[in-house]
Design a binder for this molecule. Structure first.
Ligand code: GLY
Length: 402
């Protein structure tokens, strides 16, 4: 990975087998998946003059994007083993303010980006030890985190359990309302000229030749007919590996990682929290409209979408320990989502070696909302120019073939 300020550009356009003799001409693009990743790429490409068709087997923005909590926590969510992801998450976090402003201007709709910061909280002495270890790890990576005493934590969030013993503030770690984000992205993409095909399943990717002989994606099959494109972007989240027609080596190893969540209703005039708060065993995300999101379980149970007593009990108990006032709050909603988790939990981005015209934008796991601006800009740039930004390079699907 080149050092900051020393970014080189790798050009792969026109990819081998690509028929265009005019690399600068706007390609016809099909995006599979209308979550925040697919919609944002479609918005960027349609704004750049591409003819863009987006297909989704369901309704736009109602998959993992709808289920998410919207945390933009590049610092406090970084755990040991995730260092390789940091250049990408930090880059995308830096893009968020301008991205949100552009999106709100383009769509005329709010996305409620909030910048109060994220507070990790320790309640017991054992929690303090765990928090201290995480803090030291994050400091060793030069992340923007600050240690707070129990008194400083309570100054910032007076409704927290009075026994709160310490905290870590991630001042740059904010949040966005992911459901509003989806609505705004859909509106912006449509305004820019993208065509959205909801509840239309793509039956297969159509590839000429074979992966080993230099195949080329020529479009997708819908209702038995070929829809031709110069570039197909696979952004179908946890469904990505189920697309028929993907050659060997182009099947992204993405699986659904179940998360149960719920929303409580606070009085928006007197919210119990302002920061995103991470006590032990849950996170709490206060929205401007008074919703308090409580998440989330992490379960390898395939497509199971049942809410369980154990899952909800664990979340509510953890929330109540940290913020006793939740006891009085009405439960507004409970739901299950499926994070698109890859084999190494990092996203799969960029061109597919051996399959010209196929571009991956999937496997974002816990970081789909955080990584939306970076993915949109870097993948759109690749589609338009053939360049592979150095930030994308470590996340190609080729890493799973080694
Ligand atoms: N990023 C929060 C979660 O995956 O639950």
């Amino acid at each position: 990975m080149p050092a900051k300020g020393d970014r080189e550009t790798v050009t792969h356009f026109p990819p081998s087998g690509h028929s265009s003799a005019h690399p600068t001409a706007a390609p016809r693009v099909i995006v599979i998946g209308a979550g925040c990743i697919g919609l944002s790429i479609a918005w960027r490409l349609a704004s750049a003059g591409c003819a863009v068709d987006v297909y989704d087997r369901g309704r736009a923005g109602l998959g993992a994007t709808h289920a998410a909590a919207g945390m933009l926590a590049a610092a406090v969510e970084t755990e040991p083993g995730e260092q390789a992801l940091l250049p990408l998450t930090l880059d995308s976090q830096r893009r968020w303010p301008a991205f949100a402003a552009q999106l709100e201007a383009a769509s005329g709709l709010p996305v409620d980006l909030r910048t109060e910061g994220t507070l990790q909280v320790a309640l017991t002495r054992d929690d303090v030890e765990v928090l201290r270890a995480g803090y030291e790890f994050q400091r060793s990576l030069d992340l923007n985190v600050a240690w707070l005493s129990g008194a400083q934590v309570k100054e910032r969030e007076p409704w927290l359990n009075p026994r709160a013993a310490a905290g870590v503030l991630g001042a740059a770690d904010g949040q966005v309302d992911n459901r509003k984000l989806a609505v705004a992205l859909k509106a912006a993409a449509l305004k820019a000229g993208a065509r959205l095909h909801e509840e239309v399943a793509v039956e297969a990717l159509s590839v000429t030749g074979g992966a080993s002989t230099g195949g080329r994606a020529e479009g997708v099959v819908v209702d038995g007919a070929l829809k031709a494109a110069d570039v197909v972007v696979l952004a179908a989240g946890a469904w990505s590996r189920l697309l028929a027609g993907l050659p060997d080596g182009a099947i992204p190893p993405v699986r659904p990682v179940k998360g149960q969540m719920l929303a409580l209703r606070m009085d928006p005039a007197q919210p119990l929290l302002r920061h995103v708060v991470w006590p032990p065993k849950c996170y709490l995300v206060p929205r401007l409209d008074g919703r308090l999101i409580v998440g989330a379980t992490t379960e390898d149970k395939g497509w199971d979408d049942s809410l369980t007593a154990g899952g909800v009990l664990a979340l509510l108990e953890a929330a109540w320990r940290a913020l006793p006032g939740v006891e009085e709050l009405p439960i507004e909603e409970m739901w299950v989502g499926h994070r698109p988790g890859s084999r190494d939990d990092a996203p799969i981005l960029g061109p597919v070696p051996g399959v010209a015209g196929l571009v991956m934008a999937t496997g974002h796991h816990r970081n789909g909302i955080l990584l939306t601006p970076g993915t949109a800009d870097l993948v759109a740039d690749h589609v338009l120019t053939g360049r592979v930004d150095p930030l994308l390079e470590p996340f190609g699907i080729g890493r799973f073939r080694k």
